[in-house]
Design a protein around this ligand. Structure first.
Ligand code: TYC
Length: 107
């Protein structure tokens, strides 16, 4: 493709244009843990540390919030990360025969 830069037939007058780079911020998703009557509290605390990288204090706080309120936020992530965390929670819970449920919701 011919341009001002690669031939000698131009007028010597060019157009400088600059468009701002479009960096669209990704949507974020809350990963929600649901309460149930059967999953042991210690398992939920362990899971929050293993899957969501919470320290022991935060893990206990989140577990108790879910226990008392029925639902709680474990973390906020981009779509694919949130999807992976939900899948990990469901799989680890299933393997341990706990009915623990986890979902995600756009912020
Ligand atoms: N309610 C459960 C119990 O008393 C503990 C629990 C907490 C279960 C949080 C699930 O997401 C949950 N053993």
């Amino acid at each position: 493709m011919a341009s001002e830069e690669d031939n000698d037939t131009g007028t010597g007058v060019g157009v400088v244009s600059k468009t701002a780079p479009k960096t669209k911020r990704p949507s974020l998703y809350k990963v929600l843990l649901l309460n149930d009557d059967y999953t042991p509290q210690e398992f939920v605390v362990w899971l929050l540390q293993a899957v969501f990288n919470k320290d022991a204090e935060d893990a206990v706080r989140i577990m108790l919030h879910v226990h008392q309120n029925g639902v709680g936020v474990c973390g906020v992530y981009t779509y694919e990360v949130a999807e992976t965390k939900v899948a990990q929670v469901m799989e680890i819970s299933r393997r341990n025969q706990h009915p623990l449920q986890c979902t995600m919701e756009r912020e």
